[in-house]
Design a binder for this molecule. Sequence first.
Ligand code: BES
Ligand code: ZN
Length: 456
Amino acid sequence: MSNFEDYINVNKNVFEMRLFEALRIPSISADESHLSDMSLCASWFVDGFNRLGLKSELIETRRHPLVYAETAAVPGKPVILIYGHYDVQPPDPLELWISPPFEPTIRNGNVYARGATDDKGQFLTHFFALESILNTAGSLPYQVKFIVEGEEEVGSEGLDEFLHSESGKQKLACDCILVSDTGMFAAGQPTITYGLRGIAAFELLLTGPNRDLHSGTFGGSVFNPAIALTKILASIIDQNGRIQIPHFYDDVLPLTDNERDQFASLPFDEAGFFDAIGLRNGFGEIDFSTNERRWVRPTFDINGITTGYQGDGSKTIIPSKASAKFTFRLVPNQKPESIVDNVRKFIAAVTPDEIKWELEVQHSAAGMRLDLEKSRFVKPMSIALEKTFNKKPVFIREGGSIPIVANFNAVLNADVLLVGWGQDDDALHSPNEKFSLANFHAGILASARFLKELEK
Ligand code: BES
Ligand code: ZN
């Protein structure tokens, strides 16, 4: 076969089968009982790269291994680094899955499995795109590198350490980093995401009495840590979602009229957006639209609270301990280190003296923003997208975080190009995660066309 587009067409089933192989591996990075699945999954990728004739290796980190691969270097030509993650979020609650999370199942043109969109399916589009070119043309006149990590869902510390090492900097050196771990603005609407939020994730643990107490004997005479916790958490945010921590907004850049107009001009079905998640209305800072709130404003969210009695019936106690996991989404120019400092000072100031507290910073990362005017990779990608989806791409920012991208941009001094094939209803991090197979195949084609476009 001489044409990469024919190759892609003929191999649709093969690509799907190989995606399903990857989806069967429960590579849950947060869960220590899946350590061996993490190495199994990393090896699956190393084998795939080797079979394609790339030089590939498994790089150990303190936690989950990295997978690195490269085609032959072509001096004087640009280098494209393609990034993805093979780790997935825990699948709980299991009882809500229609088919088991690690048995990929097709329904209505979608594959259902944990990691289908986030990020095995999305990442593999680029792998199959390169395969289609190498197995037809034989080679590319420039170098392509891959880095696939296993800690994206838990903060990317291993990759960050590698990125800052001498060997890491050399291996990852490139002109453009291509990432598919974001979404499309609407079904069938090709999308380039030029900004992401950062994150700062915490766990706060409060301790009151040295054991759970009878709430009749002691109630009213000692501070209840569960009440202390809810008061502290409630004081972080006001009724409009405005964060009350001093200096929190110091580095937030104002939204320009230009960007505001551009967001407002997007064909956003706001009623449908809320309807799909069973809500009638949104929530958030006054004077900001839903998309502004989601994409360019920092936020506070409680991710989980643990305290007291959770079993059947009632139990009249004052719990000894209360804890919460919470996150702030940050916008570009906010510095995670200052946020951590300010949060710590705030907790110290508002926690009652009778309660002992420990604040653990779980991970943090800065937000990123690509200068669309300056990047020379936006045009070839736009051409490839328009040809594939018969529509010009829209340019959006998104609210999720890919912790490593801001540091890629800073350390490698290269543009990060985020082009996703996901959809809002793909249920990332939720039960019944899915990936549209049409998007999977279109993604492969668009990626291959982009790689071809770069030859010019
Ligand atoms: N694919 C997502 C990031 C994403 C989600 C981008 C939605 C744009 C829209 C990624 O895998 C993810 O979930 N990241 C985590 C990172 C965190 C755990 C450090 C996130 O955003 O919560
Ligand atoms: Zn994710």
